[in-house]
Design a protein around this ligand. Structure first.
Ligand SMILES: NC(=O)c1ccc[n+]([C@@H]2O[C@H](COP(=O)([O-])OP(=O)(O)OC[C@H]3O[C@@H](n4cnc5c(N)ncnc54)[C@H](OP(=O)(O)O)[C@@H]3O)[C@@H](O)[C@H]2O)c1
Length: 339
């Protein structure tokens, strides 16, 4: 048990971060969690966690507010930087909605960690910083941590979420090289699994859309998938492993959209589902490997368990039902057709 060690988690009320906070509290860490909104609607799920009464302190802090972030990080031995906007809607102002919070926000967190003399910062990046149209990477070659998505390609395609994740991860690693702060990154795949927070985040909406169907097209991409509880384990492993360094792909499973649809229909017949014809073809380059993380001792759940736990959680939470009085169709978050 890590009694007496205080760590900071940014964006603590979000999907991945809530599971990380739960794990940290269960292991005896004291947690400073940053949130943008302290009201119960956003934070009650965190305050209800075991050990939260004694070991969780929440701070109101926007990523663009250096002083607020510095207050939350002050006294923290290490930092998990998880917060980034993951928009479910179309991005209309890339600087305001994505690039500012992601890139300037990450720099603010790193500067605050340096000022607090924190020993290590684990930054949550994404598969989107690894696998999108990489330069000089043969189609058939397995993608490892040396593979970087092509930021110019993403920018010309107006894929603002990937642009923000590539730029913020590169900036974080560069900051570590320049200042000597120990900065590590984790690159998770599409994250599924049960939710702790009360509202549906973008990657959960991905799976809900498959079950409920709607008017949008979906690319037959080779989707890499990881369980949210395995992401929390990976983050703690990176935190606790002395020699860990650099990037870490966290993408144990891969499946095309058509195969995922077939798998879901086989496990849970009876939902409306997206139409086969709404899935459009796409090339399938070689997959990514999580070997580096596995060599550190990381293990993960089987894909079918993750799918089952997600669908069953969403069914019990009522996320798969139509809401009375709301005729708006279920929508596929547009960012997933841009990655
Ligand atoms: N879910 C996935 O499939 C996936 C895959 C790969 C990587 N990731 C990465 O994992 C991290 C967490 O994502 P998630 O899926 O857990 O999404 P999420 O539930 O939407 O969480 C995002 C968090 O970021 C916070 N945030 C956004 N803008 C902020 C700002 N300006 N200042 C302070 N906090 C801000 C949000 O706060 P509010 O609650 O106040 O909005 C929220 O807590 C992100 O870095 C994301 O890029 C996610």
């Amino acid at each position: 048990m890590a009694t007496g060690v205080t760590v900071c988690v940014t964006g603590a009320a979000g999907y991945c971060a809530s599971w990380l906070v739960k794990l940290l509290l269960s292991r005896g860490y004291a947690v400073h969690g940053t949130v943008r909104d302290l009201r119960d609607e956003k934070t009650a799920h965190l305050r209800r966690l075991d050990n939260a009464d004694s070991n969780l302190k929440l701070f109101k802090a926007d990523l663009l507010d250096y002083d607020a972030m510095a207050t939350a990080i002050s006294g923290c031995h290490r930092v998990f930087h998880v917060a980034t906007p993951v928009p479910s809607e179309e991005i209309t102002d890339p600087e305001l909605q994505m690039l500012g919070p992601a890139v300037t926000g990450t720099t603010n967190v790193l500067k605050a960690a340096s000022a607090a003399n924190s020993k290590r910062v684990v930054v949550v990046s994404s598969m989107v910083a690894v696998e999108i149209n990489p330069k000089d990477w043969p189609q058939g070659k397995i993608r490892d941590e040396n593979c970087w998505s092509n930021i110019e390609f993403c920018r010309s395609n107006e894929s603002w979420y990937p642009v923000a994740k590539i730029a913020s991860e590169a900036a974080a690693l560069e900051y570590g090289r320049k200042t000597g702060l120990d900065v590590l990154t984790l690159n998770p795949a599409l994250v599924f699994g049960p939710l702790l927070q009360p509202t549906v985040n973008a990657s959960s909406q991905f799976l809900i859309y498959f079950l409920k169907g709607g008017p949008d097209q979906v690319s037959d991409k080779l989707w890499h998938i990881v369980d949210v509880r395995d992401v929390a384990d990976a983050l703690l492993l990176l935190y606790e492993t002395p020699g860990a360094a650099g990037r870490h792909i966290c993408a144990p499973h891969f499946i095309t959209a058509r195969e995922l649809l077939r798998l879901l229909k086989g496990m849970y017949p009876g939902y409306p589902y997206i139409a086969e014809e709404s899935i459009y073809d796409m090339d399938h380059p070689a997959p990514m490997t999580s070997e580096k993380l596995e060599k550190l001792g990381w293990s993960y759940r089987p894909l079918k368990d993750t799918i089952a736990d997600t669908v069953e959680f969403c069914r019990e939470a009522g996320f798969l039902e139509d809401v009375d009085g709301d005729d708006a169709p279920c929508r596929f978050p547009p960012l997933f057709n841009k990655i």
